[in-house]
Ligand binder design. Structure first.
Ligand code: SF4
Ligand code: ZN
Length: 496
């Protein structure tokens, strides 16, 4: 069954789309129903969209900055940062981060001189940390290998800059350098699929290729950056996933999805009134795939039309892969002494998921519960050299966090040290206060883990097993810890 796109995604980019390199040009082979075959139609589509954009565009900090910046490298940098931040993230969220970023690193050379830790810290809460890391790698590359100049064309941007795919490259090249190159992101995909009634899977290579060709054909040669932003703005504010504002749409007159809705409504009314349908079909253009009898851009014949969805029958929602299940055992190791105590954090490797971020010590959850506890204890001993009262390791519950492609479950334990451990933690580990923890570049999942430790519901966690003894299981260890005696802590729940 065809599903509509999720609501709420209208103001965010969906990241880089798969992008077979078809090169510029006009779409070919497809039925005229899915094309702009007439040059006049293309011209008036551009004019309608741009004049609406000039009236209705949102005042956004990156637009202001790019419009007022005369230096091409600084202009491209300001677009680059915004485009990377907007991937997978709402405009409202990005605005504050963008402003803070530009205050801290107003030019490429400033970012190139920053540490990864500083970048992660500013990025904290924005998610998908690898985006910030790649941005900084790119800045260093431009400064060290490209003479301080950002590549001027989409091809070279994509080829030379880490984390810059076909969409981002086209956006930077058209907005900052005026290159006449079309772009396709999630918003443009939705607009084009509706305007040209494309109902096949938008993630398929054939549809992707067709969308890029359409975007290249439509982009305005005189104002390519504005045209691309206008198409994205339309998708974000008018042609939204659900509840599109068709009556206010500047390109309604070009929209095949709108025509299809009108036709379906007319047919439904006739049925309701019991009128014969034959010979009374509306004069609405339809796809004529020719001799093969099936069109690769139309919805599959098995997909019914959903009257309640209207134009949101387009685009077709691709089937999502179930996220991979992953489990880890994690320990909140707290050292008492100050008001809130201090917590042990260890740094993740510099590559892979959440690279370089700080987190509570953890190990993969493999084997039985007893095996997992032993593995956790062994890991703790590598980080803290002084003796640990491991018998007081308490099971607290589970926290679930969804990354883009992983459903991560943390099995959470807590361990409280009454005395200061001897010696400093090893390199790659450090004790932090609660305030430092909140300010540090720690993944959101670790904040949920701390909430569980402190007895506050995280919203996604669950205390799924353990005894009913309030001192030894379930949330609340952190809150109750001061009421417990040392002997209570040393009372074992089960030996590690
Ligand atoms: Fe989208 Fe409606 Fe405009 Fe068509 S008329 S492009 S469906 S908002
Ligand atoms: Zn078709």
């Amino acid at each position: 069954m065809r599903k509509p796109q999720k609501a709420g995604g209208g103001s965010q980019r969906r990241g880089e789309q798969p992008s077979p390199d078809t090169g510029p040009g006009t779409p070919s082979q497809a039925s005229p129903y899915h094309l702009f075959s007439d040059a006049d139609e293309v011209t008036s589509f551009r004019a309608s969209l741009l004049s609406w954009y000039d009236r209705a565009k949102r005042d956004l900090p990156w637009r202001r900055r790019a419009a007022g910046e005369l230096d091409p490298d600084r202009r491209a940098y300001s677009v680059w940062v915004s485009e990377i931040m907007l991937q997978q993230t709402q405009v409202a969220t990005v605005t504050g981060y963008y402003t803070r970023w530009m205050q801290k690193w107003p030019a490429l050379q400033d970012l190139a001189g920053a540490s990864l830790e500083e970048v992660n810290q500013l990025w904290a809460g924005l998610g998908y940390y690898s985006r910030g890391r790649r941005l900084q790698e790119g800045a260093r590359k431009v400064m060290e290998e490209l003479g301080g100049h950002i590549p001027r064309t989409a091809d070279m941007l994509q080829k030379l800059l880490p984390g810059v795919g076909r969409y981002t490259a086209g956006a930077i090249a058209s907005i900052a350098f005026g290159q006449v190159t079309g772009v396709v992101d999630g918003n443009v995909t939705r607009v084009l699929c509706r305007v040209r009634a494309i109902g096949a899977d938008p993630g398929s290579p054939l549809v992707t290729q067709h969308l890029w060709s359409l975007a290249q054909q439509l982009v305005d040669p005189a104002r390519p950056g504005d045209f691309n932003q206008a198409a994205m703005e339309l998708g974000a504010t008018v042609c939204t996933p659900r509840g599109p504002l068709c009556p206010k749409c500047p390109v309604r007159g070009f929209c095949q999805a709108q025509k299809r809705v009108e036709k379906e409504q007319a047919v439904a009314s006739r049925r309701l009134l019991g009128s014969p349908e034959q010979g009374q079909t509306l004069d609405v253009e339809e796809c004529a795939p020719g001799r093969t009898g099936s069109c690769p851009l139309c919805p599959p014949p098995s997909e019914p039309w959903h009257q309640d969805l209207g134009v949101a029958n387009f685009p077709r929602q691709p089937a999502r892969k179930a996220p991979r299940e992953q489990r880890a055992v994690v320990c909140v190791l707290q050292q008492l002494g100050s008001e809130t105590g201090r917590f042990l954090l260890v740094q993740r490797p510099s590559s892979g998921l959440l690279a370089g971020l700080w987190e509570f010590p953890s190990v993969p959850a493999e084997g039985t519960e007893s095996v997992q506890r032993q593995a956790l204890v062994k890991a703790l001993r590598t980080w803290v050299s002084s003796p640990l009262p491991l018998r007081s390791l308490r099971y607290l519950g589970e926290v679930v966090h969804i990354f883009s492609h992983i459903r991560q479950t943390y099995v959470v334990y807590g361990l409280v040290l009454e005395e200061q451990p001897q010696g400093l933690p090893l390199s790659g580990a450090r004790w932090v206060s609660r305030a430092e923890f909140q300010a540090a570049a720690v993944p959101t999942a670790m904040k949920k883990v701390l909430q569980l430790f402190e007895g506050r519901p995280s919203g996604l966690g669950k205390a799924s097993k353990g005894s009913q003894d309030p001192a030894t299981s379930g949330p609340g260890l952190g809150r109750r810890r001061r009421q417990l005696t040392l002997s209570a802590f040393l009372k074992p729940t089960s030996a590690p």
